[in-house]
Structure formats: C-alpha cells, structure tokens
Design a protein around this ligand. Structure first.
Ligand code: ATP
Length: 349
C-alpha cells in the first residue's frame, strides 16, 4: 500500500512561506492533481514529496512510514519534470533505462526494460534514436517511460504536458490516465490547468498562496466549491451577490426560493454570494418573466455550444446552452434568467 499522507506540511524559504500547513491523504493507486495558479506552491509541495526539498515543518508518510528523512535516491519514486530533462547525447533506450543503470542493473536488463516501456507508451522501435530526432509528443512519452523505469511506488509529474500544443495535450491526458489505470501506481501531477485536472484526476487538490483550499473528486469540487476562489478557478462560475434569508435569496430585484438540493452551509446568512454554473442558467427573451432581468452584452457561438453574457445591473453573468436551445436574442436585448433549482451553492459574502 502506498498511500501518501501529508500532515501540516510547511515549506519556508527565508521568511516566505511557500507551502503552509498542508494536510492531505492521497489514496493508494489514485491519480491526484495538484491544481492552483502560478506561485501557489504546487511544485514545492511535489518536490517535498519527491525528497528534493526538506520540509520546514510537518510530516510526510508513505505506506504508513515516515519519509521526511529518507533521501530522494532511496525513495522508489518516478519523476517527470516540466523540462523533461532528457539527455540529448544518449539514445532513447539509454535515456529510459538511465535510472536502472545508476542502480547497477545490467545492460541487457536495461535494454529489455526500455523495450517493454517503449511498448507501453506506444513508441516501439525507436530505441536507438537520439532525443533531437523526436517530436514533442514522443519526447513526452520517453520522459514518462523513464519515470516508470524503476516500477515506482509513487509517480510524480510536474506540468508534464505543458509544452505540448492543445490537441496533443488533450490526447496525452487520455494516454497518461489510461497508462496509470493499467499500472495502478499512485500518481501525483502538478498542473495549473483546471480542465486538465478535471479530465484526468480521481482527486483534485486545490491550492492558493501555499494553502490547501479544497480536496475532492472533480465533481465534488465543481458542484460544491469550498469558496469563491475554488468556484471561479474550477470551470466558469457566476458569483451573484445578494441577501440570504432562510432559503430565500434576493438579488437584482428578483427573489429565488432555494430548494433542499441547493447547498447552504451552516452559519451563512444575510449578505451572501450564490455560485451558479453557466449551464444552470436558462435565458428567455424579454423582461416579463419572474426571474432576474438583464441585458445581453456578448454572444460567443462556439458551434457545439453557445455562451451568452448578460449584464445583470453591474454583475456579469454567463449562460451556456446548446445551439438547439439557443434563445432568440441579440446583443442589447433584454432577457430573463431562470436559475435551475437545486444546482446552486451559497457562499459567504
Ligand atoms: P508555477 O505554476 O508557476 O510553477 P507553483 O505553484 O508550482 O508555480 P512554486 O514553484 O511551488 O509554485 O513556488 C511557490 C512560491 O515559492 C513562489 O512564490 C516561488 O517564488 C517561491 N519559491 C519556490 N522555490 C523557491 C526557492 N528555492 N527560494 C525562494 N523562493 C522559492
């Protein structure tokens, strides 16, 4: 079992705290994404797990054992860096088997393992090529294969796909996830791309300013964001200011009666914010409906979906619908919003 547990893990550089009291349990065999904006401490946290940075405070446990004092080279962890860090003067096979060579494994065994890993990452037959002869996607696969060479207990990847263009990146997300499912290795990936995290992860850990904001499945985080930062960072969220009185939420001249399925945390009352996803707002032409009214400011027709931006008297709201259910409205038209019952979360103001 290789559950990875962090207890109050903190990293200070001088007086600056890069990671601030993070406690999480990463289940054995899971695929976890560390997600957050640039500078929030994701890489530093990953490097502490890898043993490349000391912990200033706190405890790291792997498989029930304390790992804080175990040097990086004694941790059976695979690592893929953002830069890939492949050796240009070595062949593909020698790059992949490098971690085995430095552990004293024979040349024959190294060659066999490199061949097996190349098959796994769907690159059979390029053992003898040099790194500069490979495409970006092939290099990425070689780096992943090298990270897996030692049959790691834990596989750590720092922004592994960030150098790839959008299409290849989405393709590699699927490949990486399928590969992890096949191997069952506990995997932790750093990304600042919420879409990437939502596509791949069993569990997403959201960070901001060194602090843990929320941990949960992608859907838990999407449906029940812990705060306005998480609501805005994971997908698009409309954050509507209003007044909460019991289950009644008043905003922009309209009142909504929230249902038991809407999430209202204990202790939130008075001025509050309603977090509503764009697909949970339907627009109707005209201002004679019962819901909040606004004016269309922009229409983004993306082919598969249509996004309509509405000015709600100072607050901008985004609604998404399918082309088939697009309301007959244009920029400048008045619209009435229907907020779908049971799909909102109230956040503290
Ligand atoms: P990015 O997505 O931009 O890589 P990140 O979330 O991975 O960001 P980190 O690289 O972990 O962020 O950095 C967190 C903070 O710690 C940043 O403000 C960074 O400048 C600072 N930091 C990281 N390493 C050091 C260091 N060795 N010395 C001083 N400060 C550091």
């Amino acid at each position: 079992m290789t559950q990875v547990s962090l207890r109050n893990v903190t990293k200070r550089f001088g007086t600056f705290t890069a990671v601030d009291g993070v406690s999480v349990d990463i289940p054995d065999g899971s695929f976890v994404c560390l997600l957050g904006p640039s500078g929030c401490g994701k890489t530093t946290l990953l490097r502490m797990i890898a043993g490349l940075e000391d912990l200033s405070e706190g405890e790291l446990m792997v498989g029930g054992q304390s790992y804080g004092e175990v040097p990086a080279h004694e941790r059976n962890f695979g690592m893929v860096f953002q830069s890939l860090a492949l050796f240009p003067h070595l062949s593909v096979a020698d790059n992949i088997s490098y971690p085995l060579r430095i552990r004293g494994i024979s040349k024959g065994e190294c060659r066999a393992k490199a061949k097996e890993l190349l098959e796994l990452v769907q690159l059979s037959g390029i053992e003898d090529r040099r790194i500069h002869q490979l495409s970006g996607g092939q290099r990425q696969r070689v780096a992943i294969a090298r990270g897996l060479a030692i049959d790691p207990q834990v596989f750590l990847l720092d922004e592994p796909l960030s150098a790839l263009d959008a299409n290849l990146r989405e393709h590699m997300q699927i490949e990486l996830r399928n590969l992890q499912r096949k191997l069952g290795v506990t995997t932790i990936v750093v990304t600042h791309d919420q879409r990437e995290a939502m596509s791949m992860a069993d569990v997403v850990i959201v960070m901001r300013d060194g602090k843990l904001q929320q941990i949960g499945t992608p859907m838990e985080i999407y449906r029940n964001p812990a705060n306005a930062f998480v609501a805005g960072f994971i997908g698009v969220s409309n954050l509507l200011k209003g007044i909460l009185d019991g289950r009644r939420f008043s905003l922009s001249g309209a009142q909504l009666d929230l249902t038991p399925e809407d999430i209202i945390p204990d202790g939130v009352a008075g001025p509050a914010v309603l977090s509503v996803r764009p697909e949970d707002i339907t627009l109707f032409a005209g201002a004679d409906g019962a819901g909040p009214h606004g004016r269309v400011t922009f229409i983004r027709d993306l082919g598969a979906s249509v996004e309509i931006l509405v000015d709600l008297g100072g607050a901008e709201v985004t609604s998404i619908c399918s082309p088939k259910s697009r309301p007959d409205v244009d920029i400048g038209d008045e619209v009435t919003l229907e907020i779908h019952p049971g799909r909102s979360k109230v956040l503290a103001a």
